[in-house]
Design a binder for this molecule. Structure first.
Ligand code: ZN
Ligand code: ZN
Length: 102
């Protein structure tokens, strides 16, 4: 997938539905043994089912499918990694429209 395609998909809110992402997501989950890397760093263990962009997709679409920019986390950690999701009513409104999973 080219950067132009990624940028277009992100803009249209379709990136997380693309087969390229689905494939990459499974790859990363497997790489990380479905284990939350943030809990692991803290010395704990949680099963992870979310693949998080370390540099956010909106800022760095060029890193959208880079292994080094992706990590498996659990729901709780993912919420902690995205405080912006809770900050403004504007943001939550936007969230309802875009069915993305970060
Ligand atoms: Zn975690
Ligand atoms: Zn994320």
């Amino acid at each position: 997938m080219t950067l132009e395609e990624i940028v277009r998909l992100v803009k249209e809110g379709k990136f997380y539905k693309s087969s390229a992402w689905e494939k990459k997501r499974l790859e990363i989950l497997e790489r990380d043994n479905h284990e939350c890397q943030r809990c692991k760093d803290a010395g704990g263990y949680s099963k992870g089912n979310v693949v998080h962009h370390i540099k956010h997709l909106d800022d760095r679409p060029d890193l959208a499918l880079e292994d080094d920019n992706l990590m498996t986390v659990c729901e709780a950690c993912h919420n902690a990694l995205h405080p912006e999701r809770l900050r403004t009513p504007e943001a939550s409104k936007r969230r309802q429209i875009t069915p993305e999973r970060w």
